[in-house]
Design a protein around this ligand. Structure first.
Ligand SMILES: Cc1cc2nc3c(=O)[nH]c(=O)nc-3n(C[C@H](O)[C@H](O)[C@H](O)COP(=O)(O)OP(=O)(O)OC[C@H]3O[C@@H](n4cnc5c(N)ncnc54)[C@H](O)[C@@H]3O)c2cc1C
Length: 494
């Protein structure tokens, strides 16, 4: 395509995956682009903690699925690490502290597979489009539990409970009763679900700032760090958007691409957008779902779990999954409600041995308890985790010598982790597509033609119709909006 010989000024709000992808493509197409970033780093929800041994991801960790841009790019450039099949590497710990035998394991995994299989099957397509994932799984639980003995029922309940915590982590939601089945009907992940990168996610930006490879790398001097954008206003007479930063700086731009998280949009839409947004954009901001997942990284002197042999694990244990006793009885319609009055660590799904760090366990959890965890002191989190591991293993597990943890929910630059299609959004028939629509359109003369261009554009994971919530969805949304502007200046209409 011919490079537009223009100097339109574009402000990109946010230096995460979407923001850097958009800024780079525009920069390589001769736009005058500047990025405003509230924090002191690029990367957003891709956040790597580097250590002498390697790195630990506090945000995005896996390349999800195959046949998508990030997988293909990583494969082509030798950046793909190993593919992870958790089931083959995971020891199970039970709340009772009782050792899980090979036959116990066989029965428990068979029972949890019931839920996994159904969530990927055509069965899902047959259910009412307004059904939630929570309702769907609860129905399967009750159907499957009929005619079981008490012991079998208890095992099914434990397996169901574990599967709910895994799926909440995947969906990034406080409750699966708010996640619409469509999240799982559209097959977004082809092939193996989890692939590691052999570089830190944070270093992926060295590639993104050079993609596509034609033209110069996007220079970091064009990112204004520690500069949150506080307000955006369309000035029809100037045909520009006025950008006001939290520091009080006011500038004007021809176009603004907003890439902040859905959580930030929900919290600040009324002050951030001083000119009204289209009705469907507002609806999408209000109704699309956005939740929190969390990680607690526990550093130990030695891998005390090394001698916990599980006959059913091939090779070393790389994860410890927690199977609680079921306690469904009072919560038939919404079994997740049983978590409400429970301590935060009830939400932990598993402990995973960190890549490069044989002495480090990472606890994964999801839902509103993540927010509670973020607000506790490190000592309290450390104490609770030690008590939990002692109870489930029946052994005198040491306390971690240090912990670090994510704080996505409390960090005002994110207000959570990633988006999902909520029940309310499905009912109102709004989706990520509505959030990705440009606004504040105006007409301007360019190369002796009238072009229709938007003043305001939206990118970010929550705007990607297929890969919302994921890193590659965020990248692709950034390129999509940059391309929208490039095309706008190359053709008569957008
Ligand atoms: C714990 C966790 C685990 C994840 N795991 C995976 C995974 O394994 N695989 C996967 O594919 N994806 C995963 N994701 C999702 C993936 O990280 C995100 O989809 C992606 O990084 C989002 O990028 P983004 O550019 O849309 O938004 P962000 O990364 O949120 O970027 C937006 C930027 O805007 C900045 N900002 C906010 N407010 C303002 C303001 N007012 N002015 C200026 N700047 C502002 C923020 O600081 C941020 O840098 C995970 C996310 C989390 C949090």
């Amino acid at each position: 395509m011919e490079t537009p010989k223009i100097k339109a000024k574009v402000v990109v709000v946010g230096a995460g995956a979407a923001g850097i992808a958009a800024a780079t493509l525009l920069f390589k197409n001769n736009f005058d682009v500047i990025v405003y970033e509230a924090s002191d780093r690029i990367g957003g929800r891709m956040r790597t903690h580097k250590t002498p041994e390697g790195w630990i991801e506090l945000g995005a960790q896996w390349v999800h699925g195959e046949q998508q841009w990030l997988y293909d790019y990583a494969a082509e450039h030798g950046l793909l690490g190993r593919s992870v099949v958790m089931a083959e590497e995971s020891g199970i710990l039970q709340e009772s502290g009782k050792q899980v035998s090979v036959s116990d394991f066989g029965r428990l995994s068979e029972k949890s597979n019931v839920f996994g299989d159904m969530l990927c099957k055509d069965e899902l397509r047959k259910v009412d489009k307004l059904q939630s994932v929570g309702e769907f799984l609860t129905n399967i639980y009750y159907q499957t539990s009929q005619d079981l003995t008490d012991l079998e029922k208890a095992e099914l309940e434990s397996a169901y409970d574990w599967f709910i915590r895994v799926t909440k982590m995947d969906a990034g939601s406080d409750t699966l009763h708010d996640v619409n089945v469509r999240n799982y009907i559209d097959e977004t992940c082809i092939g193996n679900y989890n692939h590691q990168l052999n570089i830190p996610f944070a270093d992926l930006f060295d590639h993104v700032r050079n993609y596509p490879k034609e033209g110069k790398e996007f220079p970091l001097e064009r990112v204004k760090f520690n500069t949150a954008v506080a307000a955006l206003k369309f000035l029809p007479e100037n045909k520009q958007v006025q950008v006001t930063t939290a520091k009080g700086e006011v500038i004007e731009a021809d176009h603004v691409i907003v890439t902040v998280s859905l959580g930030v949009l929900k919290a600040h839409q009324h002050t951030l957008f001083q000119t009204p947004l289209p009705a469907r954009t507002k609806l999408a901001i209000d109704l699309l779902g956005y939740g929190t997942v969390g990680k607690v990284v526990c550093f130990y002197d030695e891998p005390f779990w090394k001698d916990w042999k599980f006959d059913y694990v091939r090779g070393d244990v790389k994860a410890l999954s927690l199977f609680w006793k079921g306690d469904l009885d009072d919560f038939q319609n919404d079994p997740e409600k049983r978590y409400d009055n429970k301590p935060w660590y009830r939400a932990i799904r598993s402990f995973v041995v960190a890549q490069f760090h044989p002495n480090v366990l990472v606890a994964f959890l999801a839902g509103s308890h993540t927010n509670t965890m973020e607000k506790l002191s490190e000592d309290d989190v450390s104490r609770d985790i030690t008590a939990l591991l002692r109870r489930f293993s029946g052994r005198n597990v040491p306390a971690p010598k240090k912990i670090i943890r994510s704080s996505w929910s409390c960090d005002k630059n994110f207000n959570g982790t990633y988006s999902y299609l909520s029940q309310a959004a499905r009912k109102a028939e709004v989706s990520a597509e509505d959030l990705g629509q440009p606004a504040w359109k105006y007409e301007k003369q360019f190369n002796e033609r009238n072009v229709q261009v938007p003043g305001l554009l939206f990118a970010g994971e929550a705007t990607h119709t297929k890969y919302f919530s994921m890193a590659h969805g965020a990248l692709m949304s950034g390129w999509r909006e940059a391309q929208r502007l490039i095309d706008g200046y190359s053709t008569v209409h957008i």
